[in-house]
Design a protein around this ligand. Structure first.
Ligand code: GDG
Length: 706
């Protein structure tokens, strides 16, 4: 971040990494220096908070789960409390330094609660979050204790960005599964806020490496030393923090296999493994160190000769100049993480290969693989095949090797860290700018007098009404929602107006609408969200798409029946063109959880078909995509083109399809809370009925009263 902060004049706020109890003169001088010279401001955490936060929840819960190692998850409530407290302390520190207009960029899994905490303190601040590590699959994420808090924490931001599209998709799937929150590819709406979602792969600052390559004497010295010691041998290089996600034991075993199966390579090859110690306070890391030490001993002990040490193992950090010398030296860079957000070593190596020599061996489980397709990809868990690929890398034809490396090199230089930083900050600024637009598009509370006047003035009216939740409250069971007399009277009166076309668009089946409204001859009826319709003055129902098959129901019904078995109080409703799982009577929390599970499962299952699973009011409905109220509206407008007063009211997601297709000057009304595209909102069914009463008072000889 250093070059980026210099460019933008930003400040860095980070944990000093030690307990605040150590208050020595020397330490204070260092922190002071950082603040004044580097504009890096240290957060102080008490030792127990720091430990519980960093070695506890962040690195023994989040790190393993996010890297798809759920079996290494260790959770204790004290670690979580420390994590919350550390996030709170960060929040305070940001608030103290915040100036209006600042952009706040929160980094990584240690601070997932911070966006929400900041939002509460600084409601207008521009807050972005970047996750450097992968986001796990929605099957794994829910094992995390306190997963809801983490997701809600992130949703405090204006922008949440990931290394790859894959990670972003997993995040969206987890939002659905854990919180039941639906999102779009690039956006999720929470209440009246929109949060932008992005995939922004991080890059490196190439100059920081290439600048040392040929011009720096120390680097040249390191290079000459390494060359003289290993003249005539091919060099494989690996550079990792000694972390179980990085695949170090897997690499060493694959290397041993390679040497055993290809005796001709012996004495002609070395592997240099840099393994920088990290998080040594955590047991898993101690165990990893022991395992790696043992493998190193075995390889050199069993395969080495008096003139040749096959593996050079460096278990400490080296300075960057030496690292660059090694990048220059290496014939093959072997990047083999079992899971990695991005992996910068791959990019640094490629940056140092401007002449096109060298081969990059890259794990398909590193985020980098998504944009470095010219590398030789490996599955690090498959040690035999990995050994084969190393053999292939060593024997690769020069032309192929140069073609691959040149393409990689150009891309790494282009998609550098500045490009990444600019894209992040631009996306954040855009997300904040769009807030105003979003606020403008927020629905207003309906002014009944205003709409009544418009009603009176009009002469070609189209009135489209949802039924459940709009004209009558939702009933516990679909059979208990017969319309009260006042609703029937209201509809009859509206239909009797010569200038009016009135339609009911409902998710209900045709037989129910017939039973309740069959007697109102002049009204359009749309059943099953428009899949079936009955035009005015007819008694026959038509299918919107008569040729559509419904054979798919036989596959989906047993799945829903299985959910009924698991959920007392829930039941399945089979419609002509849809099937619905109702869980209004089920235990609320259990019902919501199962509904999330069901939708997540069906989403994957139905991906290749025209069927979709839709969440409704305590329902999950499976139907073809073309069955929607928007299509119903098109049909109405074909019969009744260009109305001069279009009024549409509804309460749930299915009504949004209709609102989306209405012209800009339509009076669209959403009933109840929740996000909507409608221009207006009304609090409840009663207010809709009062409004319809006003219509009848304004334009009809026999108004209805409630
Ligand atoms: C996280 C994500 C993501 C390593 N040894 C030495 C040394 N290094 C430098 C490398 C590289 C960096 O450390 C390691 O970066 P990675 O990307 O490989 O991995 P993480 O540390 O796990 O970083 C990762 C990254 O965040 C950025 O978003 O790519 O997926 O896990 O720059 O060169 N540098 C020096 N001596 C060493 O011995 N000087």
């Amino acid at each position: 971040m250093d070059p980026l902060l210099r460019k933008t004049g930003g400040i860095w706020i980070g944990w000093s990494g030690e307990g605040s109890e150590d208050d020595s003169e020397e330490r204070r001088a260092v922190l002071q220096d950082w603040a004044s010279k580097e504009r890096c401001f240290a957060i102080e955490l008490p030792a127990d908070i720091g430990k519980g936060f960093y070695e506890g929840y962040a690195n023994q819960a989040l790190w393993p789960v996010f890297h798809s190692f759920p079996s290494l998850l260790r959770f204790d409530a004290a670690g979580w409390d420390a994590y919350v407290e550390a996030n709170r302390i960060f929040c305070q520190a940001v608030v103290e330094r915040y100036q209006p207009g600042d952009l706040v960029w929160v980094h990584d899994y240690h601070l997932m609660l911070l966006p929400q905490l900041l939002r509460a303190e600084l409601p207008d601040a521009a807050i972005g979050f970047f996750l450097h590590i992968p986001f796990p699959s929605s099957e794994i994420f829910p094992v995390l204790p306190r997963r809801e808090e983490l997701l809600r924490g992130l949703l405090g931001a204006d922008l949440v960005a990931f290394q790859t599209h894959g990670h972003l998709q997993q995040f969206r799937a987890s939002l659905r599964r854990v919180l039941g929150v639906e999102s779009r590819v690039a956006e999720v709406a929470v209440g009246n806020r929109a949060i932008r979602l992005e995939a922004l792969p991080i890059g490196i600052a190439p100059e920081e490496y290439t600048g040392l390559l040929d011009k720096d004497e120390t680097t040249a010295g390191y290079y000459a030393d390494w060359v003289s010691r290993h003249e005539g041998r091919k060099v494989l290089l690996a550079v990792d923090r000694l972390d179980y996600t990085k695949g170090v034991p897997e690499r060493l075993r694959a290397y041993a296999k390679l040497l055993r199966s290809s005796p001709e390579l012996r004495e002609r090859l070395i592997l240099i493994q840099i393994a920088v110690p990290t998080r040594e306070g955590i047991d898993t890391y101690q165990e990893l160190r022991t395992e790696v030490n043992q493998l190193v001993g075995e390889i050199n002990g069993k395969l080495g000769t008096p003139d040749w040490t096959p593996l050079i193992y460096i278990n400490r950090p080296i300075e960057r100049k030496e690292l660059v010398a090694l990048y220059k030296l290496a014939d093959v860079c072997w990047v083999g993480p079992l899971r990695d957000g991005m992996n910068l070593v791959a990019k640094e190596y490629v940056a140092c290969k401007s002449t096109g020599d060298g081969v990059l061996l890259l794990s398909e489980f590193a985020g980098a693989a998504a944009e470095m397709g010219e590398a030789l990809l490996i599955n690090p868990f498959d040690e035999d095949r990995t050994a084969d690929t190393v053999r292939r890398a060593l024997a690769i034809e020069e032309q192929e090797q140069r073609d691959r490396m040149r393409a990689l090199h150009a891309r790494v230089l282009r998609n550098n860290v500045f490009h990444w930083g600019d894209r992040f900050l631009t996306a954040l600024e855009e997300a904040v700018a769009a807030r105003g637009h979003y606020a403008d598009t927020q629905p207003k509370r309906l002014q009944p007098a205003e709409i009544q006047q418009a009603y009176v003035r009009a002469s070609r009216r189209l009135i489209v009404l949802d039924y459940d939740g709009t004209l009558v409250p939702h009933a516990h069971s679909p059979h208990q929602a017969a319309p009260p007399p006042v609703v029937v009277r209201l509809l009859e009166t509206l239909v009797s107006g010569a200038d009016n076309t009135v339609a009911i668009t409902s998710g209900r089946q045709a037989k129910e609408l017939d039973r309740w409204f069959g007697s109102i001859k002049g009204m359009w009826l749309f059943a099953e969200h428009g899949a079936e319709l009955r035009p005015p003055r007819t008694s026959l129902w038509e299918a919107l798409r008569p040729e559509a098959s419904t054979e798919w129901k036989a596959t989906v019904l047993p799945i829903l029946e299985h959910f009924v078995d698991r959920t007392p109080g829930s039941f399945v409703e089979e419609k002509k063109f849809a099937v619905v799982w109702h869980y209004r009577m089920a235990e609320p929390e259990f019902g919501e959880w199962l509904a999330n599970e069901l939708v997540s499962m069906l989403e994957a299952m139905l991906a290749e078909t025209e069927l979709r699973a839709f969440r409704g009011e305590k329902t999950v409905e499976i139907k073809p995509v073309w069955v929607n109220k928007g299509e119903a509206l098109e049909r109405l407008l074909a019969a009744q083109p260009q109305p001069d007063f279009l009024f549409a009211a509804g309460d749930d997601r299915t009504d949004e399809d209709l609102f989306e297709r209405t012209p800009g000057d339509a009076w669209t009304l959403h009933v109840g809370p929740g996000p909507t595209r409608a221009a207006f909102v009304a609090p409840d069914v009663e207010s809709v009925r009062r409004l319809l009463v006003m219509f009848t008072e304004a334009g009809h000889p026999h108004p209805v009263s409630i």
